[in-house]
Ligand binder design. Structure first.
Ligand code: URA
Length: 182
């Protein structure tokens, strides 16, 4: 584990630990307040993120920003990262070996940010962080506490694009997060 952001960022810049390095345009490291109380973890970059090198800048990200606005949360106040830092081709889910190769970077980010709360966006984030026994439908909206961090699993923002009825759940889960953080 690296003690500084500079060392961590240097260590990832030519990463070739998994096959996603062959097709990526940019490594999508993470963005936001490096001392945030609240951290968001998504799945992996899509086409827009791969192009711009920043998480959640495409359609799903725009929807997430709107939800943030609705509850009074500012994107720049939180830290946002993904399970995998490079885009899985054709937006498929990251494979287990890819997630495993990448997870130490994320663990290092969590160690440096020291968030009180981690919001897990969707099934891939939930299963890779809390364990394969968790399912998103049963777990969303319910706190899980582990090693002094409170985890809030919720829908992935892309799921809200497919099913409008999930938007209210997402907003409610964000409200729970804000209430807990006060
Ligand atoms: N979906 C994710 O899980 N992460 C991103 O950064 C963008 C879309």
């Amino acid at each position: 584990m690296f003690e500084t952001w500079e060392e961590l960022e240097e260590s990832i810049k030519d990463c070739n630990k998994c096959k996603l390095c062959k097709t990526r345009q940019n490594i999508v490291f993470g963005v936001g307040n490096k001392n945030a109380d609240i951290m968001f973890i998504g799945e992996g970059p899509g086409a827009d993120e791969d192009k711009q090198g920043e998480p959640f800048v495409g359609k799903a990200g725009k929807l997430m920003n709107m939800a943030f606005q609705a509850v009074g949360l500012k994107r720049e106040d939180v830290y946002i990262a993904n399970i995998v830092k490079c885009r899985p081709p054709a937006n498929r889910n990251p494979e287990d070996d890819e997630a495993q190769s990448c997870l130490n970077y994320l663990r290092n980010q969590v160690m440096l940010v020291k968030p009180k709360i981690i919001v897990l966006l969707g099934s891939v984030a939930l299963k890779n962080i809390l364990g394969k026994e968790y399912g998103i439908t049963a777990s969303r909206g319910k706190w899980v506490e582990k090693k002094d961090i409170k985890y809030m699993p919720t829908w992935h923002p892309a799921a809200l694009l497919r099913d409008e009825t999930k938007k209210i759940d997402f907003i409610n889960d964000l409200k729970l997060v804000l209430k807990e953080n006060n």
